[in-house]
Design a protein around this ligand. Structure first.
Ligand code: SF4
Ligand code: SF4
Length: 107
């Protein structure tokens, strides 16, 4: 009964390492443009994408992000997509989740 729930320490230099907040790349998918060819999944060098089991309105399976933290933003998925349905980009800093650092926070 050895349940390894803790992390086996490597000379405990890091006490509380924050979760990675800066991801090198970001990918966005327009599922309704997709025709399900699967090129993006095949050509992504880092295995970020997989085909969904769901269908879009046209009846095609579309890609979904399987492991977004791995995305390098290389853009290959978008280069191979014949329908301009997917785009990858390098993330130069903050991932946009509604936070705009320069916006005045007056409510
Ligand atoms: S390459 Fe484009 S059309 Fe083909 S599965 Fe990917 S997103 Fe859809
Ligand atoms: S940008 Fe590159 S690493 Fe990211 S999903 Fe597209 S092909 Fe994969």
């Amino acid at each position: 009964m050895n349940e390894g729930s803790g992390h086996s320490g490597e000379s405990g230099a890091t006490a509380a390492k924050p979760r990675k907040t800066r991801i090198p790349g970001v990918v966005s998918i327009d599922v309704e443009r997709c025709k399900g060819c699967g090129f993006c999944v095949s050509f992504c060098p880092l295995g970020v994408l997989r085909m969904s089991t769901k269908f879009n309105a046209k009846g095609y399976h579309y890609p979904e992000v399987a492991d977004g933290d791995k995305c390098s933003g290389c853009g290959l998925c978008g280069m191979y997509c014949p329908d301009f349905a997917i785009f990858g980009a390098r993330n130069s800093g903050v991932i946009g989740s509604g936070a705009s650092p320069k916006a005045s926070d007056a409510e």
